[in-house]
Design a protein around this ligand. Structure first.
Ligand code: ATP
Ligand code: MG
Length: 171
């Protein structure tokens, strides 16, 4: 099925990682693509690199800069395209039972990749395995085809009080 975790509140990526953890208990394999990221200090990347979770593979797709969504650099467009092509291959190969496309909602809402193209591909293959999309601003074209959509609504967040991103909790 296709699941979508969106909204402004905290919990989208960690919910997807929770499914990977739960699935591992049943021998399910997860392949995660972290779009717009190139940062080995994420806990989930460390888990993958250390081999702590059997069957869990993580690939970061991006560079360690802030993407200007209003005027994206051609390099960022190219990296998103390459990441999406790899994700499609992973879906078609069925090497994983769960595919997490982290921040793909943002990539699509910012038009770094066409929503129509992604929706068409996902519609075709979402019954073959579990696919999870995360990120704010999930486009209507994705919500429409998903079997599950959760909107993480922010009620409170310590970031507004100036608390920095914490190791193992926020990244
Ligand atoms: P998490 O990875 O903790 O589940 P998320 O995937 O729901 O969070 P993202 O939108 O991917 O959230 O945000 C990435 C990180 O930025 C998260 O650790 C989140 O806690 C943090 N964050 C959320 N809201 C804000 C904000 N207003 N300002 C700064 N950082 C924020
Ligand atoms: Mg996230």
């Amino acid at each position: 099925m296709l699941q979508v975790y969106t909204g402004t509140g905290k919990g989208k990526t960690t919910a997807a990682l929770g499914v990977a953890l739960r699935g591992a208990g049943y021998g399910l394999k997860t392949m995660m693509f972290s779009f717009l990221k190139d940062d080995p200090y994420y806990g989930e990347f460390k888990v993958y690199a250390a081999g702590f979770l059997p069957g869990f593979v993580l690939k970061q797709v991006g560079r360690d800069v802030f993407v200007d969504f209003k005027n994206p650099d051609p390099v960022d467009l190219k990296m998103c395209r390459k990441g999406w092509d790899e994700a499609k291959k992973a879906i078609l190969s069925r090497k994983a039972d769960i595919i997490i496309l982290d921040e793909l909602n943002i990539v699509l809402s910012a038009r770094l990749l066409p929503v129509k193209e992604a929706a068409e591909f996902l519609t075709k293959h979402k019954n073959d395995l579990e696919i999870i999309l995360t990120g704010r601003n999930a486009p209507a074209g994705i919500i429409k085809i998903a079997e599950l959509v959760t909107d993480m609504q922010e009620v409170k967040h310590y970031f507004h009080k100036g608390v920095m991103s914490r190791n193992g909790i926020d990244h």
